[in-house]
Write a protein that binds this ligand. Structure first.
Ligand code: NAD
Length: 299
């Protein structure tokens, strides 16, 4: 038997369409246009691609996009001043500072300076605490995207055994909190976990966020489990002159034969991240104006 392949690209397009619909209604009913500010410091090529893509999709959803591109040598104080200005600007409902930042800038200090209500990345310590205590938080985009895919696939997650591989602040830990909130029994595995294959074999839900190409093998997977692959790893071309290959943290070919459902790479979790950034911007705008939470777009 072969697993159902979860089409994250189509699901993300649907999320973006639902965001656009609710943005149009917000404009028509309340005269409010959500605004997302994205700040990029330096010329990192991957970050430039992400920022361009975020700006384009923000505008396509009917929101205002404010892009701030600063040179790599920008002093930390100038970046903090820009964040303060965006915090105070009522047209800006969401603020995203693209990571990584140049070495001379203290990332933690900059993230802490973002107004938590506008922190659409969900990295501010207040949002981390709100999520951990089951309160209304801004939730990091990638784990939120994984949660949406899982709910769509499985309906209620209550009582399921979930194993999250990876304990990073941006994926693993918030993912574990979200699954706990949906009443899963959650195990967080990491680089020091003993007998990882055995731990994974108990899981009805596996979320792999490790950054190691094709690490999770088919014989680690419980038959019928749902496998969410967050990893994005670039491998050199299979043959000379060929194209670089993008693979996940899951060995797709061996896992697809055992799992019940699985996300591919590319086309699985990846497209959900920006879709959830737009959803978070809409949520932040609704909360700022005391409007109801957007439907089906929050944790
Ligand atoms: P990270 O490097 O911050 O964390 C990796 C985690 O994996 C660590 O907690 C570590 O303990 C664990 N780990 C490392 N080796 C391990 C091993 N052998 N066995 C078990 N656990 C091990 O990475 P991250 O930022 O969480 O990202 C993880 C992956 O997800 C990367 O491939 C990244 O590119 C990808 N990613 C994708 C998206 C997306 O939009 N789809 C977003 C963020 C990250």
């Amino acid at each position: 038997m072969s697993a159902k392949i979860i089409d994250g690209k189509a699901f993300a397009a649907d999320v973006r369409a639902r965001v656009a619909e609710q943005v149009a209604a917000m404009k028509a009913d309340h005269g409010i246009t959500p605004g997302l500010a994205v700040v990029l410091v330096g010329e990192d090529p991957a970050s430039q691609v992400y920022v361009r893509s975020k700006g384009k999709q923000t505008v396509e959803a009917g929101m205002n996009s404010f892009e701030h591109k600063l040179p790599a040598e920008t002093p930390e104080a100038d970046l903090l001043a820009l964040v303060a200005q965006l915090n105070a600007d009522p047209k800006v409902n969401g603020i995203l500072v693209q990571l990584p930042l140049p070495e001379h800038i203290d990332e933690a200090k900059v993230l802490a300076a973002i107004e938590p209500a506008k922190d659409v990345d969900g990295f501010h310590i207040s949002n981390v605490g709100l999520l951990a205590t089951g309160q209304k938080a801004m939730v990091p985009c990638t784990p939120l995207g994984c949660l949406m895919l899982l709910r769509d696939q499985l309906g209620s997650l209550s009582g399921k055994n979930a194993v999250v591989i990876g304990r990073s602040n941006i994926v693993g830990k918030p993912m574990a909190q979200l699954l706990l909130r949906d009443s899963c029994t959650v195990t967080v595995a990491h680089s020091r976990t003993a007998d990882l294959p055995d731990v994974v074999r108990r899981a009805d839900i596996v979320v792999a966020a490790v950054g190691r190409p094709e690490m999770v093998k088919g014989d680690w997977i419980k038959p019928g489990a749902t496998v969410i692959d967050v990893g994005i790893n670039r491998l050199p071309p299979a043959e000379e002159g060929g194209k670089a290959r993008l693979v996940g943290d899951v060995d797709f070919d061996s896992c697809v034969a055992v799992a019940g459902a699985i996300t591919p790479v590319p086309g699985g979790v990846g497209p959900m991240t920006i879709a959830c950034l737009l959803a978070n911007t809409l949520t932040a705008t609704a909360r700022a104006h005391g409007l109801p939470e957007p439907e089906g777009l929050t944790a």
